[in-house]
Ligand binder design. Structure first.
Ligand code: NAG
Ligand code: NAG
Ligand code: NAG
Ligand code: NAG
Ligand code: NAG
Length: 438
């Protein structure tokens, strides 16, 4: 009895320690990653102001997927939104006090969403109307912005009487973001298209929203499995990485069952696996050459109801500062942005594999990377060649425990210097060739 209690409390302690680790929103691989929202008052009106709202996704590798962002706030006084272009409030609220000119929105807590592509020109605004989809900054900075304009009434009409909106929230599209209070900053400056005239906002304020995986789910949303050419062992994703099959809330479907016959309507339709993750990243050390080495990456989607568009994969991995070639995926080093020197992001090619299709035959994307060796450090021992951290779409993936990594067979210990001797090099090439057959 006592022992059970002790065991339970130890498990609890370990679990809460892990929880605390996950709750830290600061991401060392993307220290400046956040979504910044800027309000610029462009002009005063008799009863308020016209403002442009600009949303910038400065996160290197986390995008906002369809169905897009939702932005909300609480008015400080009794403000109304007379009109809006480039976005719309989802609820008009009670405008029964108004005669003649009816406002676009009268609620104290407006909730705003982007418009869909193809709306009439009169409702458009620059960088609007993308269904709320924001690319990540690392992948496509020009597609990482969204903006709209609104005309506010019953508010202050000078920079001393305007009260800043409060309690900002952002859904992207689900929970995960926490927004700061609005802060007054020096007025934004705009240049005319020919660059010869400068104008400035009457007043500007900003709000910063940052992401924490912990607010989305206690569980990770992806896992990593490992293999190598030098050991036939495949290290699977840790079981229950993203939940367990017997959990009452995690339903799943057998891979061989007919999906169409499953009547249950749910946005998530996971294939039953021991890890229960929607995404698995398989990392394979494929070959060891004299000055280079090669790894193969396979990302598999286990969700029968979801295509991942504009996906991103981030790895902290040895020798990523010496990438010689990346096949099939696009690649961007993150070393300029983070304090670490061995991190990079990978993403799909617009034409071929920008979309990671739902589970099934085509539900995966693959790539190989050729890395130059850092001769003083390179080794195949102790799992050195495996990544230390993997993120998919900005969420950190569950890694297998280090003691389960594929290891060098004891009978034939390799070393980086030995691999330069021709005979062993030949064996390695043969081994690599043999592995690539599978
Ligand atoms: C308000 O405007 C005045 C001049 O028009 C300026 O001196 C002052 O700094 C402004 N205050 C803020 C908070 O922008
Ligand atoms: C299942 O979901 C319900 C409501 O979403 C929640 O109250 C309950 O705690 C969940 N159960 C488990 C075991 O996670
Ligand atoms: C995923 O993409 C495929 C091919 O483009 C399409 O047929 C399918 O309906 C999409 N599924 C979802 C859930 O959007
Ligand atoms: C990368 O960082 C490690 C430890 O922070 C350091 O020892 C190493 O010299 C760095 N490599 C390069 C190429 O800057
Ligand atoms: C990069 O790889 C090349 C080829 O193996 C090697 O000569 C060079 O020293 C490596 N550079 C670093 C910084 O590791």
């Amino acid at each position: 009895m006592e022992l059970d209690k002790l065991k339970f409390s130890i498990v609890l302690t370990i679990f809460s320690a892990m929880t605390v680790l996950h709750a830290v929103a600061y991401d060392p691989l993307d220290p400046h990653g956040s979504i910044n929202i800027k309000w610029d008052i462009l002009s005063w009106t008799p009863d308020g102001y016209v403002a442009a709202v600009l949303m910038n996704n400065f996160q290197m590798y986390r995008q906002i997927m369809s169905p897009g962002w939702t932005l909300g706030w609480t008015w400080a006084k009794k403000e109304v939104i007379w009109s809006m272009v480039g976005a719309q409030a989802t609820d008009q609220g009670d405008c029964s006090n108004f005669k003649g000119n009816i406002p676009h929105c009268c609620t104290r807590n407006p909730t705003v969403v982007d418009l869909l592509p193809g709306v009439p020109k009169t409702q458009q605004y620059s960088d609007c109307c993308k269904g709320g989809v924001l690319a990540s900054w690392g992948q496509e900075p020009t597609a990482a912005v969204s903006s709209f304009q609104l005309s506010v009434g019953l508010s202050g009409t000078s920079n001393t009487t305007v009260a800043l909106p409060q309690n900002f929230f952002l859904l992207g599209p689900g929970p995960g973001y926490t927004c700061s209070a609005a802060t007054i900053v020096s007025p934004s400056v705009f240049f005319s298209s020919d660059g010869k005239r400068k104008t400035q906002a009457m007043m500007s304020w900003t709000v910063t929203c940052s992401y924490s995986q912990m607010l989305v789910s206690k569980n990770p949303s992806c896992c990593v499995s490992l293999s190598s050419f030098y050991n036939s062992k495949i290290t699977p994703c840790p079981s229950c990485s993203c939940g367990c099959q017997n959990n009452e809330n995690t339903s799943c479907v057998m891979s061989n069952s007919r999906i169409s016959s499953v009547v249950e309507a749910s946005t998530s339709m996971l294939e039953c696996t021991s890890h229960m993750c929607p995404i698995r990243v398989h990392w394979h050390i494929k070959a060891n050459y004299k000055e280079y080495w090669r790894v193969k990456i396979t990302v598999t989607n286990f969700n029968y109801r979801k295509n991942f568009t504009l996906w991103t994969l981030v790895a902290q991995h040895p020798n990523l500062n010496n990438v010689t070639r990346v096949y099939s995926f696009l690649y961007k080093s993150l070393m300029l942005f983070s304090t670490l020197n061995d991190t990079a992001m990978f993403y799909g090619n617009k034409k071929n594999n920008d979309k990671l299709l739902e589970a099934g035959l085509n539900g995966n994307v693959q790539s190989e990377i050729l890395l130059g060796k850092d001769m003083s450090r390179f080794t195949l021992e102790h799992g050195w060649g495996f990544p230390s951290r993997i993120y998919f779409d900005g969420d950190e993936c569950m890694m297998p425990p280090p003691d389960s990594y594929p290891s060098l067979p004891n009978s034939a210990p390799f070393s980086p210097t030995a691999s330069s001797t021709p005979a062993i090099f030949l064996i390695l090439i043969l081994l690599a060739f043999w592995c690539s057959l599978f």
